[in-house]
Design a protein around this ligand. Sequence first.
Ligand SMILES: Nc1ncnc2c1ncn2[C@@H]1O[C@H](COP(=O)(O)OP(=O)(O)OP(=O)(O)O)[C@@H](O)[C@H]1O
Ligand SMILES: [Mg+2]
Length: 169
Amino acid sequence: MRTVATLSGSHGTMAGCSWSQAVHAENATYWPLSARLPLGALPTAVPCARLYTRVVLGEWGLAAMADRAELIVSELVTNSVRASADEDGRPRYGDAGLPVVQLRLASDHARVLVEVWDGVPVPPAPRLAAPDEQGGRGLALVAALSDRWDWTTVPGWPGKVVCAELRSR
Ligand SMILES: Nc1ncnc2c1ncn2[C@@H]1O[C@H](COP(=O)(O)OP(=O)(O)OP(=O)(O)O)[C@@H](O)[C@H]1O
Ligand SMILES: [Mg+2]
């Protein structure tokens, strides 16, 4: 029994970053493997997203990229969960209830595209953390582990999507 859905080509209404949008528009079979996981914006979303990533990449025969993808997913989902919370770390409930974070994984059998969407209209702000700072290194880690990363707004959707692409090394 397959444990995850693999969607052929369809990106739904969740557009990717400009480069992934471009390849997608060119040819819907460019990313023939695709899987999506909507999650409540809670700290528990992070281990769920990590495990999902490992299982999906294993099913796709890309287990060799799972360590890197899992770390990237962990940083991006953590950022989205934090951004969806108030100063006390509580999720900012809206009219629709608990805020949602969406993870989407896609692949052409060689590369992996990670996309993490949240409904917060504030862009990620990569910075150079000072040596004595505890945080501020997540996006630097994403940049180091991926071949490229970016973020974009999504037409018709609130918030933004942060994307990272990995190639096998
Ligand atoms: N999804 C997001 N929505 C809004 N702001 C974000 C998002 N992701 C990152 N940011 C902003 O970018 C900053 C840098 O993110 P980064 O992941 O590099 O560091 P951090 O989350 O502050 O610390 P660390 O990841 O090391 O725990 C964050 O502090 C936050 O202000
Ligand atoms: Mg972070």
